[in-house]
Structures are given as C-alpha cells and as structure tokens.
Design a protein around this ligand. Sequence first.
Ligand code: GUN
Length: 199
Amino acid sequence: MPPYAYPQGNACLKRTLNLQPHPEGGFFAQTHAMDETVPSPFADGAQRQLATQIYYLLAASSSSSPSSSYRGKLHLNKSTTYHLLHQGRARYTLVRPTTDGTKPQVRHVVMGEDAGRGELRQLVVEGGWWKASEVPDEDLREARAEEGDKGLDATGCLISEVVVPGFSFDDHEFLTRKGLVELFGGDEHAPEVQQLLPY
Ligand code: GUN
C-alpha cells in the first residue's frame, strides 16, 4: 500500500466522519466551535468564536464513482489557520498579496509524513494569504500505476484545521479570475497567472 493511500478508502472516511462537500472543494465536518466569542483583530473587531475546528478531506475517486474532489479553490481567510496532518499528502499553493506594488511570491509546501523530503505534519497559514490545496499529481499517477483507476478511491489527504479566531464566511473570500490577474499587476499572460488558473 503506497504511503499516501489508506485502506478504508475515501467513501468510508466520508461516512464515518460525516464529511460534506466544502464550497472550497474537498469535504469537511466542523468538529468543534468554542462558545466564547472575541472581537477579531483581523475583522475590524467583529465578534467571532474563539476557535473552530474541522476535519478536511481531499479525495480522489475512480471514474465509476462520481464524487472526486482532490483539488481546492484559491481562497483567503482573515483568521490564522493551523493545519494538522492525519493521513495522505497535500500540496499547498500559498500566495501573500503585497501592498508595495511588487509581485506576490507563490510558495508551495507539501503536508506529508516524509520530513526528509521537507514534508510538513503541521502547517500554519496566517490570515491574508491566498491558499489552495490538492492531492499531488504524482500520488494520483502512482495510485493509477499500482492499482489502476480503482486505486484512486483510497487516494487523498485527511487533515484537521483549527481557525483562530473561529471561522466565518464573512472573513472568507474566493479568488476570482479578475482578482488573480490584478494580484499579478493586471497582466493576464504573467506566468504566475497561467500557473494558478486551475485553482
Ligand atoms: N474552513 C475552515 N474552518 C471552517 C469551518 O469551521 N467551517 C467552514 N464552513 N469552513 C471552514
């Protein structure tokens, strides 16, 4: 069994953890929300729960099972998000907007268990960064090579996310195509724009 796959399969994980489709892509269930609220310093003092926690699953699937969602959309949260790996691997694309007119840098990190290859079991993404995650292409390729199309049903990445102050869609934004072009100085042919369009 390759290290990125897990025997239960994505369908079983979705059932046992009661995961639902997330608007960002992938599947999630909120597992805790603190009752206490605080004025969020990142949302002009608006009241937010102190912290919220979710399971988040990126899941591939064979062509015969329709519910594949192995890549998320680029989005931003005003709060900080702590990511903790349970199983599988996910490649994160991170972009921090700049305020001085310079081009933002695009960073890639992989959450995974192989510290020797620079993979992270913990990832902190501060508020204000654009973020998208996906099952690495090589994991999808390897699953197909070793187990055929069916191997995709057990290929994915399960993490927990803790958002501080807690998650609110009022603090959440998807990156539109127009926003992406503006982020890179209005040049829709910029290599970064072309690279990020799939998200
Ligand atoms: N993304 C990270 N945390 C959350 C959450 O609590 N709810 C939703 N809908 N999305 C999240």
